[in-house]
Design a protein around this ligand. Structure first.
Ligand code: SAH
Length: 391
């Protein structure tokens, strides 16, 4: 048995590594239970030598009660409560800054364990609210009109880091233990930084934690995953998670979409719409949302609206028109009010609901497509010199 309790003998290279570790001054950070899947939590407890039923109790404290302190876990024996902090923490991502818009929208800049930063946004309504959650630091997609797209991809977020965004927001909103009704964090939209279907495994693990009835308990009907169109992953998303789907369409012709949403060159509009047609979790009651950013003189003509209607024929769809949110240096402008109205009316008259998304949090750069952190990928030479990633 090694010191960590694993049953196999310790191979020589691990011993070397352990010697190396003991030579460094800062002790390794303890893992946080907040963000672990059920399996991870069960395994971590097993390694610690705790009996199996503890995992269920701990799950309740971590994800239903939202405990921040092991001492509060009153159904656990005192001895066990005292032992837990030797192995784990209950830490959430650290808040680097928290900004509040005049409309109540809150934007967190979160600092992760490796120093990288990522944003999440809470958009409150009167009796509910949505949290816009990030799935990656940066993005690989390079959509021309999106601010996040100007930031290079740094890395995928872990499941724990995705769940951590939700837990932190709940801490701030004071929504523990998981309220049954009247939640201000009632909905989750995977519409923050990154492409969730390019980080499917971690996003799926996180969403399963968030949906778990014995914990945070946000239903799949209140979770929407937005994709720019990673066609091969769309079916799996519906089958494994069953969440609502949103698709960032933004153009109705391949030549224009190739330019605005470059993933279209790989998965063109017809293939994307076929995947939507086959989406297992959609129905007339649970329509697929097609997001369409209104870009002046680019994609906002009445002919575009009519083509959109033609493309969506037969699909359980609704259209979300997003007034383009400007950011420093962008060449695009938002369509005029009149153009948006004409466009919306054509889509609406064809039987598709087409609300114009009310822009929220623009004064703190928290609106759709405005998120961008300063994190960047370090060069090998910078890593060796111990530079911090957030430059
Ligand atoms: N990568 C995923 C998740 C991001 S969701 C996706 O593309 O769907 C963010 C939504 O806001 C997407 O529909 C995106 O295209 C849109 N968006 C990006 N920049 C925008 C901007 N400046 N104004 C309005 N909408 C924007």
């Amino acid at each position: 048995m090694c010191d960590l309790g694993c049953p196999r003998p310790v191979p020589p290279y691990i011993t070397l590594l352990m010697n190396d570790l003991t030579a460094t001054e800062t002790p390794p950070r303890l893992p946080s239970l907040a963000g672990m899947t059920r399996d991870e939590m069960a395994f971590a407890l097993l390694e610690m030598g705790a009996p199996g039923f503890r995992a269920k109790q701990l799950w309740h404290w971590v994800y239903y009660q939202g405990a921040r302190d092991f001492a509060d876990m009153t159904t656990l024996s005192k001895a066990f409560r005292a032992e837990l902090p030797e192995h784990f923490t209950l830490a959430r991502p650290e808040t680097a800054t928290l900004q509040e818009s005049k409309d109540g929208t809150r934007k967190w800049l979160l600092r992760l364990d490796d120093g990288n930063e990522v944003e999440s946004v809470h958009i409150p309504e009167k009796d509910r609210g949505a949290l816009c959650v990030s799935s990656q630091i940066g993005c690989t997609l390079n959509c021309e009109f999106c601010h996040t797209g100007t930031q290079t991809m740094v890395r995928n977020l872990s499941a724990g880091e995705i769940v951590g965004q939700v837990m932190l927001a709940r801490d701030v909103l004071g929504e523990w233990p998981s309220p049954k009704e009247g939640r201000l964090l009632s909905n989750i939209v995977m519409m923050g930084m990154g492409e969730p279907l390019y980080n499917f495994d971690n996003v799926a693990a996180a969403i399963k934690i968030i949906m778990d009835h014995e914990g945070i308990a946000i239903s799949k009907r209140r979770i929407t995953l937005s994709t720019a169109g990673v066609v091969p992953m769309i079916r799996r998303c519906g089958e494994e998670l069953g969440v609502n789907l949103a698709v960032s369409l933004h153009a109705v012709r391949d030549d224009l979409r190739d330019q605005l949403v470059p993933i279209n060159r790989k998965y063109p509009i017809t293939e994307l719409l076929k995947a939507c047609n086959d989406y297992p979790a959609s129905s007339n009651a649970r329509r697929i949302t097609f997001e369409y950013a209104m870009l002046k003189g680019v994609n906002d003509s009445p002919a575009d609206a009519r083509e959109l209607v033609r493309l969506l024929k037969g699909l359980p769809a609704k259209v979300n028109l997003i007034p383009f949110n400007p950011w420093p240096g962008t060449p695009f402008e938002c369509s005029g009010k009149k153009a948006i109205k004409v466009f919306a009316d054509i889509v609406n008259d064809a039987g598709y609901s087409s609300p114009v998304r009310v822009t929220r949090g623009q004064d703190i750069m928290a609106a759709c497509g405005q998120l961008k952190s300063e994190s960047r990928r370090l060069k090998a030479s910078e890593r060796a010199s111990g530079a911090t990633p957030a430059a």
